[in-house]
Design a protein around this ligand. Sequence first.
Ligand code: AMP
Length: 397
Amino acid sequence: MISIDTYSFKGKRAIVRVDFNVPLDKETFEVTDDKRIRAALPTIHHILKSGGSVILLSHFGRPKDGPEEKFSLKQIINVVEKNIGQTVQFASDCIGKDAKERSAALKSGEVLLLENVRFYAEETKGDIGFAEKLASLGDCYVNDAFGAAHRAHASTTQIAQFFPRDKMVGFLMKAEIESARKVLNHAERPFTAIVGGAKVSDKVLIVENLLNIADHIIIGGGMSYTFYKAQGGTIGQSLCEDERLDTCREILAKAKEKGVRIHLPLDSTIADRFAADAVTKVTPSNQIPDGWMGLDIGTKAIAAFREVLLASKTILWNGPMGVFEMKAFENGTKAVAEAVAEATANGAFSLIGGGDSAAAVQKFGMSDQVSYVSTGGGALLEYFEGKVLPGVQAMEA
Ligand code: AMP
């Protein structure tokens, strides 16, 4: 594979597929978090400094039927300019006359942002003709959109075939792939995976695949109560997916067979209703009274998880331990973040993946104390489910 470090961008127009799908304030339409834009800066600046020009290509939201004002990338242009530190031109379409003329006239050091690529249904269909039109705008293709790497879309996958010798991954994508591979293929042992969040059904595939690679799997958050109910526990009004009880029993049996230790939270902070000011107490997680619900892991669970984490050499974390968005139920997630940080300081490699665990680590100001915080929620999850990411595969073909 060609490397962005050594490729000569001088005089070339680089089509850079980024993930600028940033959140906007619902009332003011201002960008509330520009992390995804910042993450692409090393790639953009490298190309500009090397004498190339940059054509930014991104999706934004999920427009259903062609162009819609609220999904226009025009809204974020000032934030993109501020981050890159220079004027950014805008093409009102990602293919067609405006895009063609502006990209053809682009000079070294200049940046052009194309309108939302998802204004065309051909994008999500992975249409080859559409990919060819996009490809015709530049001389080389750089994919830096790890967050979209699990989608076989025209601008993330099909476009690559039009640049047999001039395609490469950007710095963000490179770092994401390297850290994910380090955990999936070269984990130093013991390897502990922490899986949390609301639903068993969202995490079944990752847990099943982790049974083949991890030594320990810590299961916390809402999904842990289905596991307790599957073993005959009483869980009150805690989150539960009755249709997944068999799945939980199968996972527990498989883990035993394979010698993987599954750690469920011994106790829980339970509440009399789903509210920040609910009445709370701590009980064993398999003895939650009727009318109460488990919204965080308890003190015994924290101590047990901490012990496992401090003895680990590789840690993967996806999903919070409780309703960390409410102060009353953030303790478990915070304590696990602290244990992961401590293990990292002691030499472990820790990868935080997925929107909510990344948000939690950020909320507690601990992003710098772990080895890598992934920007790709769905993509990272699918990678650890054992799936091939089409956006990555297309770059290696
Ligand atoms: P996920 O997107 O599946 O990783 O789930 C994250 C969400 O799960 C967060 O918004 C948490 O508030 C929520 N969550 C975690 N633990 C619980 C719990 N015990 N009960 C209800 N929701 C939970």
